[in-house]
Design a protein around this ligand. Sequence first.
Ligand code: SAH
Length: 569
Amino acid sequence: MGGAKVYTDSLKTHVAELWKTHRGLIFGLATGAVVRLIAPLLQHKSCDPAVVVVDETGKFVISLCSGHQGGADKLTQAIARLLNATPILTGTASTLGLPAVDILGNPFGWQKGVGNWTEVSAAVARNEPVQVIQEAGSTLWQSTASFQKSSLTLETTPNTPAIYITPHPCQCLTPHIPSIHWHPRVLWLGIGCERGTSRELIKSAITQVCQEYQFAEQAIAGIATIDLKADEVGLVELCRDCNFPLRTFSADVLRSVTVPNPSKIVDAEVGTPSVAEAAALCAAKAQNLLVAKQIFRAAEFQGAVTVAIAQAEQEYTGRAGRLLLVGIGPGQLDQITPAAQAAIASADAVIGYSLYIDLVAPLLQPHQIIEALPITQERQRAQRAISLAQWGLTVAVISSGDIGIYGMAGLVLEELLLQGWDGKTPNVEVFPGITAMQAAAARLGAPLMHDFCAISLSDLLTPWEVIEKRLHAAAQADFVTALYNPRSQTRIQQLTSAIEIFLQYRHPQTPVAVVRSAYRQDEQITLTTLEKVLDVPVDMLTTVLIGNQSTRTQGDWMITPRGYNAVLP
Ligand code: SAH
């Protein structure tokens, strides 16, 4: 097997090694054996890897350890979907569908501050009132089913456990009431410095400003400066150590920003009257500074540094987003591939037309952001998915059937190209699904056994002359033809024209199947002929399948011989 490593020494030593280097370990052993193996290695739920156990028959997948923070619950769900096994999760929040407050901010890259994490988690799990004081960061999490179901309240209530979502550090006046602090990364630090300023001085300047103005260092999004400083050693090292992005702007861009403290000396030196203040404003896309420029020097360190702070509306997630383009098949859950199911379950956000969101409801997770948009707003859906992914979320876009066949995949990729996508970021993965034509064919027997094609009769995006040309070509070349989008409330004439074209090349008795809502509860299948098909009701949920010259029917079945030599009775 590719990538498989065989170990020869003791499993105990091997696991101890993997424990240090891997974020998740999946065991195919008895739970007892796994417990004994990992017991000496366990440290804390904030740093231990996810531990998942799959039983020998592959029927059960158990989230054994580090369920929330280590991601074992998520990994368990994904594996269970792939194996078609039962996931076993025993963390209270996940079993009750309540918010897991210790991973609440993960999709948005929020950083954890101080807090009584266990106590507040327990209060949420017991459905006791817990107040949320959110001063910064995305409120999208408030739309999730788990939040709606929970006892969390956005109203300030005295003497109640609290979740602070804030750029400020803990300022608790009531230490006996448990609270936790999440820090969205909204603060952009504009920094200017003399050449050769030491990393230590920059670091200590940041710490001092944060302390003086009461900001949590965990809420720092990153550092902004002038492009001349892109190679400033102290700055680059500091960013690397603290995992800060370094955003640089040209003097031209910086000088166009109005700042409270412009300097002629700086202007003469680098061509803009402000570096720190202007860069902070540019990076945060803000109008006003939270902290105007402060200058720091220290006898023991080399150089001088100026720091200014601006707050961004949207937090920096520090995560590379992903777009999962998922085909959900014709409509029944068991017609969705396990990979597609796992993709949907793993996403931070799921976007799709409301009917399809309803169809996959059992796969959706209580902590997921679900955005159902009306069928007419495909482009908006694509743009929304892209912007969430560019921001850092894993976004599943769902389409019925195959997402790459008259589905959302094209729209999303086209939109990405328009935005200058480099083909890599955000990362895109497409999950195929059973398309309407295959679903209809399976219900009918084997109508697609010889060459076939699909034609959409929707002329919203394709000129009718082009569609007409393709209909002629397909009819003439004797392709079995699936007509998608045969009719809508406003498009009535197209199907009539298409059938007229086929009648020019094919016998009036050619078998035709009209398949409505294949694999859905209200499925309807009608077998008819080319000359009679227009008498059968056809709508947006219907696929019309036209046989070729040798297609035959028998009872409810439609069969196209494999080759032209076959002789059917
Ligand atoms: N991506 C989808 C097609 C979307 S276009 C796919 O691969 O199936 C929408 C058209 O698909 C409908 O007008 C209808 O012609 C067809 N369609 C979708 N689901 C269907 C179903 N369950 N039964 C029959 N036709 C269906």
